[in-house]
Design a protein. Structure first.
Length: 108
DNA sequence: AACTAAGTGAAGT
DNA sequence: ACTTCACTTAGTT
């Protein structure tokens, strides 16, 4: 069985992710800087597990190039469709695999 | 405990 | 497009 232990790092990530307002998104890099980490990749690593979904809105975190990034461990397939749909419901629209409105990026 | 590989990136060349 | 950087987690030895 899996013992899901939350590390210090993950806690920071989750707590910060929760501060993203509904209708906005942020990037792995921005989030990383916010918690004083220089590796955006580590953020994705933590979000991937996301033991608190949807309490922790991991779907509001995208890549810095405005592509959706990944969702539930993958970067393609139905997972991404679900991510995009979730965001659409919140008013964050994607077109051709890219974020339409760059003003929707939340900067803490 | 130490090492390796991979992961929902980012930035530089 | 390719390469390098940076950090964590999970698995292997």
């Amino acid at each position: 069985l899996k013992k899901n232990k939350i590390t210090d790092f993950q806690e920071k990530v989750y707590r910060t992710a929760k501060r993203i307002p509904k209708g906005y998104v942020t990037t792995y890099g921005i989030l990383a800087r916010e918690i004083g980490c220089r590796s955006s990749r580590a953020i994705g690593q933590a979000l991937k597990k996301n033991p608190f979904a949807p309490f922790v809105p991991c779907h509001r975190v995208i890549s810095s190039d405005f592509s959706p990034g990944g969702f539930q461990g993958k970067r393609e397939g139905l997972n991404i469709s679900r991510k995009i749909r979730l965001l659409s419901k919140e008013g964050v629209l994607f077109s051709n695999g890219k974020l339409v409105d760059s003003k929707r990026v939340y900067r803490f």
